[in-house]
Every structure is written in structure tokens, then in C-alpha cells.
Write a protein of this length. Structure first.
Ligand SMILES: Nc1ncnc2c1ncn2[C@@H]1O[C@H](COP(=O)(O)OP(=O)(O)OP(=O)(O)O)[C@@H](O)[C@H]1O
Ligand SMILES: [Mg+2]
Length: 239
């Protein structure tokens, strides 16, 4: 038992010979990849290498043709994406896009679980008022980790590209995610801010029990922030 717990802690996610074919094309071919507890694991490779397909397989968006996926010690192969999401593996696009008219704080609160909507507990006002206060406190802590606490009152439509990315990360954290997949988080972001985004990601994983799977093209910028790097080419090879 002790050994199993340690194993779970050390490996958040691992795949065994994971494969996906589109017609005759091996988009992902026998990929063995491990994401360790509290790590930033980077997946790089040229266009069409299979990186996004790999993440789609792991998050249940696509079903693999063969191979296994384990998350927090459970075999999640073939699970639907909403079930994997509620287990704590979140891909940022799975979170509905920010409510642009709501403030930064309200967007994070919307991702936290609230008992105010619970029909059993809702009548006990004192109970949920306290809960809401706790949620606001939690939301501010999360906003502090992504550098958005000073602009908590901005409506989301006023945010720049890099800030919107950080709001996505904040909302993923608010769901209680244990593993967050970011597919090209700095794509389309001004290079001047790209390092900031990745710096926040690193600090978050240092301070919270969360790991990141980062797909990136701009390895020159991203590499210094990664703990582990996997290189994928034409579906996998010897990962
Ligand atoms: N739904 C699909 N149907 C058919 N072929 C697909 C599908 N999705 C991806 N492919 C093919 O699978 C291969 C891997 O694509 P994928 O998008 O996973 O690559 P990628 O590494 O994410 O590339 P990029 O860096 O451009 O985002 C490509 O040849 C692509 O054309
Ligand atoms: Mg891709």
C-alpha cells in the first residue's frame, strides 16, 4: 500500500504504448510518457507530430486505438472527457471561455464549487454566506498566484492576451485541478510577456500540488521553465 501511494505521488499521469491512427496515419504511435508530481513537463515537436492528438487522447476528447492511460493511479483509458475533468485533469479549453462581461474575480468564483446553489444547503443562509466568504478568499489567493489580484475588478474583455491566458490557468486551479494541460500557452502572445506566463506557471507548481503538461513550439523561450522535456516526431518513436 505504501509503495502504491508513493508511486501515485511520483507519477501523476503515465501512458503505455498509447496509439491513435487516422486512416493509415499513425498520429500517436506507442507513446510512453510520464508526468511526475509537481513538475512542468514539456512536449515539443514539429507541426503534425501528434502533440495535440496525444493531449486529446489523455483528456478523453479522442479514444485511443490501443495502449493505456493512468491518472493518479487509475486506469482512465477510454473515459469520457467530463469524467477525466472531474478527476482533476483539466485542459484549459475544456473550461468554458471566460465570461467577458464578468470581472476577473467573478470568473474565478464561477469555477469554484459553491454551496449556495446546493438545494439542500441553500436555505441555511449563514452556512453559505460563510462559504462564499471563504470562496472569495480562495479566489484572491489564486489570483495572486497568476498576477491578476490587482485587476480583480476588471471585466474580462479588458484583459490582454497574456492576462486572459493567466485567467484560464486561474480558473483551472479553481476547479481543484491536479494536472493542467496547456496547448501552446504562449502562442500569439507578445514575446515580452511569454516569459512572464511561464514564470507564473513555474511558481504555481512550486507552491501548489499541481503539475503542468505544456505543449510548446517556441522552445527557446519555454525550455528554461521545464523540468522534463519529451520530443515527439511523426507520432512518437522512442519516447
Ligand atoms: N481529426 C483528425 N482527423 C484526421 N487526421 C488528423 C486529425 N487530427 C489530427 N490529424 C493528423 O494527425 C497528425 C498529428 O496532428 P496533431 O494536431 O496532433 O499534431 P501537433 O503536433 O499538435 O501539430 P501542431 O504543432 O501543428 O499543433 C497530423 O498529421 C494531423 O494532420
Ligand atoms: Mg497541436
Amino acid at each position: 500500500m505504501v509503495i502504491r501511494l508513493r508511486e501515485v505521488n511520483e507519477k501523476v499521469l503515465w501512458t503505455e504504448k498509447l496509439s491513435k491512427y487516422f486512416g493509415g496515419l499513425a498520429a500517436v504511435k506507442e507513446v510512453n510518457l510520464t508526468i511526475k508530481y509537481k513538475s512542468v513537463t514539456m512536449l515539443i515537436g514539429p507541426n503534425g507530430a501528434g502533440k495535440t492528438t496525444f493531449v486529446n487522447l489523455c483528456t478523453g476528447v479522442l479514444k485511443p486505438d490501443s495502449g493505456k492511460i493512468y491518472f493518479l493511479g487509475k486506469d482512465i483509458t477510454g473515459w469520457p472527457s467530463h469524467k477525466i475533468y472531474s478527476e482533476g485533469f483539466v485542459r484549459t479549453f475544456q473550461i468554458p471561455s471566460p465570461f467577458l462581461k464578468l470581472t476577473v474575480l467573478e470568473n474565478v468564483l464561477a469555477s469554484l464549487k459553491s454551496d449556495a446553489e446546493n438545494p439542500v444547503k441553500a436555505p441555511f443562509r449563514n452556512f453559505w454566506v460563510k462559504k462564499e466568504e471563504e470562496n472569495i478568499e480562495r479566489a484572491f489567493k489564486i489570483l495572486g498566484k497568476v498576477g491578476l489580484e490587482d485587476i480583480w475588478y476588471y471585466e474580462a474583455f479588458k484583459l490582454g492576451g497574456a492576462q486572459l491566458k493567466m485567467l484560464e490557468v486561474a480558473r483551472a486551479l479553481a476547479t481543484g485541478a491536479k494536472l493542467i494541460a496547456l496547448d501552446e500557452p504562449i502562442g500569439g502572445v507578445d514575446p515580452a510577456y511569454a516569459g512572464d506566463i511561464l514564470g507564473y506557471v513555474r511558481n504555481i507548481k512550486d507552491s501548489i500540488d499541481v503539475s503542468f503538461l505544456l505543449i510548446e513550439h517556441r522552445i527557446d523561450i519555454a525550455l528554461p521553465f521545464a523540468d522534463y522535456v519529451y520530443v515527439m516526431d511523426r507520432g512518437g518513436g522512442n519516447l
